[in-house]
Design a binder for this molecule. Structure first.
Ligand code: C2E
Ligand code: MG
Ligand code: MG
Ligand code: MG
Length: 277
């Protein structure tokens, strides 16, 4: 049973709430050991050059091979990792593993997702420098993807942190662009190199012309600010064709390839995708 805060009334007890809480507590417990027990794996989704069809690099996406639950997707445990602080060692592991794979593939671009929590440690630049040194990854091949939330808090401090990362020579990408609350002014203020257009915008392409106009505007804006535009979540040929016509630079999505284990992703480097329609 749960008691209303202050109201003195007893509200209905929902077993689902309890189940959800227990699930999160036990996930948090298990996650503590997942790194040591080698239960985390990375899958790699290609980024494709819209003009040539070539795979220019990959985005590393973490999965948890849980001993009893099976494959757990990141949306089910990244939040828990952030709340417990485990995201810091986890994020370092992701970065090092992805860089090592990029070097093994002969030097391809590799993007990793960075949580605002890693950013707030104040030592992210040190960690990135250490990972680059220990893996032999050239800085310009590593992209750090961050969401707009990174730009929203402690603006001056965050600008200093971003400038520090930039000085290492790594590439900075704004992930899920359009879903957060950052204003266009932030884009000017922060030295981002890549703008990733959120899947929700790509989804709507081909329907209401106003949605197309919005995406076209985002791409022009990116170029105007000296950034490359990446479209995420392309699921069909029509979306790809529209985005190419809009001069979008790079493409990602299930239509081209789902995220794959390293052993399967290797073949994507052999031949370019056929994009012409
Ligand atoms: P994201 O960085 O925006 O990654 C893109 C997500 O969209 C991935 O989901 C990918 O599998 C999915 N996706 C790609 N193409 C398509 C498509 O055509 N259609 C649809 N429906 N989905 C597509 P995933 O792997 O489940 O990751 C979800 C989110 O979890 C990521 O969103 C990212 O925010 C977070 N994440 C994943 N790996 C890491 C990590 O190592 N560290 C941190 N901090 N976050 C991570
Ligand atoms: Mg991402
Ligand atoms: Mg994204
Ligand atoms: Mg997204």
């Amino acid at each position: 049973k749960s008691k209303d805060a202050g109201g003195g009334r007893w509200t209905a007890y929902h077993p689902s709430m309890h189940d959800e809480l227990m699930r999160r507590v036990s996930l948090a417990d298990d996650l503590r050991y997942a790194l040591d027990r080698d239960e985390l794996v990375l899958h790699y989704q290609p980024t494709v050059d819209m003009r040539t069809g070539r795979v220019v690099g990959f985005e590393a996406l973490v999965r948890w091979q849980h001993p009893s639950r099976g494959m757990v997707p990141p949306l089910d445990f990244i939040g828990v990792a952030e709340a417990t602080g485990l995201i810091v060692p986890l994020g370092r592991w992701v970065m090092a593993t992805a860089c090592r794979q990029a070097v093994r593939w002969g030097g391809v671009h590799m993007a990793v997702n960075v949580s605002v929590r890693q950013f707030e440690t104040g030592t992210l630049a040190e960690t990135v420098a250490a990972v680059l040194a220990e893996t032999g990854m050239p800085p310009h091949l590593l992209t750090l993807e961050m969401t707009e939330s990174v730009l929203l808090t402690d603006t001056d401090e965050n600008l200093a942190r971003i400038t520090e990362l930039k000085a290492l020579g790594v590439v900075l990408a704004m992930d899920d662009f359009g879903t957060g609350y950052s204003s266009l002014a932030y884009l000017r203020r922060f030295p981002m190199d890549i703008l990733k257009i959120d899947r929700s915008f790509v989804d709507r392409l081909g329907g209401d012309p106003a949605d197309g106009a919005l995406v076209q505007t985002i791409i022009r804006l990116a170029h105007r600010f000296g950034m490359h535009a990446v479209a995420e979540g392309i699921e069909n040929a029509a979306q790809l064709t529209i985005l190419r016509a809009m001069d979008c630079d790079y493409a990602q999505g299930f239509f081209l390839s789902r995220p794959l284990p390293a052993s399967e992703a290797t073949r994507l480097l052999v031949a370019p995708f056929e994009l012409a329609s």
